[in-house]
Design a protein around this ligand. Structure first.
Ligand code: UDP
Length: 551
């Protein structure tokens, strides 16, 4: 079917000759295996050996040339999950001369992106680990366009969300298993290997308990750009953004259009009184409440509904990743089962609170043990604890808080997170009312420009010694060049004055473009002076070159 790679598009003999003459060429970005993406000409794959092959010739290129450090621990991470030892990529090496004795290669003419999906069965992982990173890796390399071919090497079957992966390009993605169909040796004319980790915001707790990544590099803007692109591919239109005023709509028509979505799970981690919860929400907010579930609706259908919702309410779980399709100003309400601390499991909170995501986040936690429904006899991966020693079992049953733990098989965690919950409506409504009080208006956050100041210009100082004990230091500067094109609510300047040789400095915040300092200024002393511009209290610009001012 769509698996055939049109060999007609490339001249087989030209390709074979190029491979024989030039061998494989590799040029990578990234100093470490964890931030590396490599681009190859004529990277080959031997399906029999299940190995990638680099062919050496006189004109092959391998950059970085790591020698045997290539195995310490690997050339690069094939998934976006950092330094996971099941996700490493490497290749075997052969001289091009070996081609004579090998099966005839089949050439893949498409520009190919080779990667591992991390956990394609789980919707959160699908988006966070695969779709968003692949989307932005493709943006990074312009020849990874709509015609690019994706190859998934983790070895899993298509999985329940393969249609989402299909949206990344117009060509059918290939699975590792399917590579056999192309013969024993296939060579990718042009390929990229690895995924950008720039967009990931969460670490799953392999080496330290799970939490937001230490150095987040993504903002809500990029997440929303991705969401919009995906919605376009799914033929979903949001219309104009629903709630431009962040929900204080006086306009009655607009109010009527607003609704709340309850994302329901039908198999595990249930809300057992969902109907009651829905009634309470409808009553509290005077809004329509609709439910969606992965079991009942198509994914595009769900996104259509969520993309116009004012609020998304759901148990903690992968389905909450769909909050990235919520309109700005909407609220995410995440429910946690008994003994699970919301502060320790924050993939969706972190997403909702990314700068520029403009979502409001509220969590509720079941604190009443009598309202939890446990499943001790289920298989261990669904939180069963029957396989444990009696003592351990009793400890877990008595515990009211899952202690911090590593991923992924902690039985106490699994036991608690797979509980069903009878949501205590009064406490839920209370938490919600309290949480929504601080709801930020989108207007406010939108007018907070994210344009940073440039350097102040023509910074200079003048000094004056008045008496043997008194001196003055006048510093002046011009506005940053970009300010004249901007409407900024508040422009201030920060000046740091440090006596040469001292470790400390005096900081000043000033509204004007010059100032004469006389306190703490000594005669016949050299001061180092830094000046920078600040927009709206917290948008810091860079410091201008340091001034040396001698009194
Ligand atoms: N799932 C679902 N309904 C359920 C339970 C799970 O749709 O009742 C989906 C869930 O959204 C996720 C996958 O099945 O995509 C695996 O769920 P699991 O509970 O293992 O993971 P979690 O939701 O805790 O990340």
């Amino acid at each position: 079917q769509s698996q055939e790679l049109s060999q007609a598009h490339i001249d087989y003999h030209v390709a074979l000759q190029a491979l024989q003459e030039h061998g494989t060429r590799m040029v990578c970005t990234g100093k470490m295996h964890t931030d590396r993406i490599c681009r190859f000409d004529y990277l080959c794959y031997c399906s029999e050996a299940e190995e990638f092959v680099f062919f050496h010739s006189n004109s092959s290129v391998m950059l970085p040339n790591l020698g045997s450090r290539r195995f310490q621990p690997a050339l690069l991470d094939l998934s976006s999950v950092e330094d996971h030892n099941t996700q490493y990529f490497n290749f075997l090496e052969l001289p091009v001369a070996a081609l004579k004795f090998m099966p005839k290669p089949v050439f893949v003419p498409d520009v190919t992106l080779i990667l591992n999906r991390f956990n394609p069965d789980n919707l959160m992982h699908v988006f966070h680990d695969d779709l968003i990173p692949a989307f932005y890796t493709m943006k990074q390399y312009s020849d990874l366009d709509d015609e690019a071919r994706l190859v998934f090497m983790e070895g899993w079957a298509e999985g329940p969300h393969f249609d989402l992966y299909r949206l990344l390009s117009s060509k059918q993605p290939l699975l590792k298993e399917q590579l056999r169909n192309f013969g024993k040796l296939m060579c990718f004319t042009k390929s990229y290997v690895g995924l950008s980790k720039m967009t990931t915001w969460y670490q799953y707790g392999f080496v330290q308990p799970q939490g937001p990544k230490a150095n987040m590099l993504v903002s809500g803007n990029e997440i929303r750009q991705f969401a919009r692109a995906l919605m376009e591919k799914m033929n979903i239109t949001r219309g104009e953004e629903m709630k431009k005023d962040g929900g204080n709509a006086e306009d009655d028509k607009e109010k009527k259009a607003e609704y709340i979505v309850v994302f329901s799970r039908s198999a595990t981690r249930l809300i057992v009184n969902e109907a009651e919860l829905i009634m309470a929400l409808a009553q509290e907010f005077q809004m329509r409440v609709v439910t969606v579930s992965l079991e009942e609706q198509s994914f595009p259908g769900i996104v259509q509904v969520i993309s116009r919702a004012s609020m998304l309410v759901s148990m903690h779980g992968a389905q909450l990743i769909t909050s990235l399709f919520l309109p700005r100003g909407a609220a995410v309400v995440e429910l946690f089962p008994f003994a699970v601390n919301p502060e320790q499991y924050t993939p969706y909170k972190t997403l909702a609170t990314l700068p520029g995501m403009d979502l409001h986040y509220v969590s509720w936690r079941n604190t009443k043990e009598e309202n939890t429904i446990t499943h001790p006899d289920r298989p261990w991966e669904q939180g069963g604890i029957a396989h444990l020693e009696k003592e351990e079992r009793e400890r877990i049953l008595a515990s009211k808080d899952v202690p911090r733990h590593l991923c992924c098989r902690n039985p106490e965690w699994l036991y608690r997170i797979y509980q069903d919950t009878l949501v205590d409506i009064p406490s839920f409504v209370e938490v919600l009312k309290e949480g929504m009080k601080t709801k930020p208006s989108v207007k406010k956050s939108k007018s907070t420009s994210t344009v940073h100041p440039g350097r102040v210009r023509e910074a200079q100082c003048q000094t004056l010694v008045q008496t043997p004990n008194e001196a003055k230091l006048t510093v002046s500067w011009q506005i940053p060049w970009n300010l004249k094109y901007l409407k900024v609510r508040e422009v201030k300047y920060e000046v740091w004055i440090q006596e040469q040789g001292e470790n400390t400095y005096m900081p000043y915040i000033l509204p004007q473009q010059n100032y004469t300092f006389s306190e703490n200024i000594k005669p016949f002393t050299t001061y180092l002076v830094w000046v920078r511009c600040i927009f709206n209290k917290n948008l810091l610009g860079p410091f201008a070159d340091v001034l040396m001012c001698r009194t």
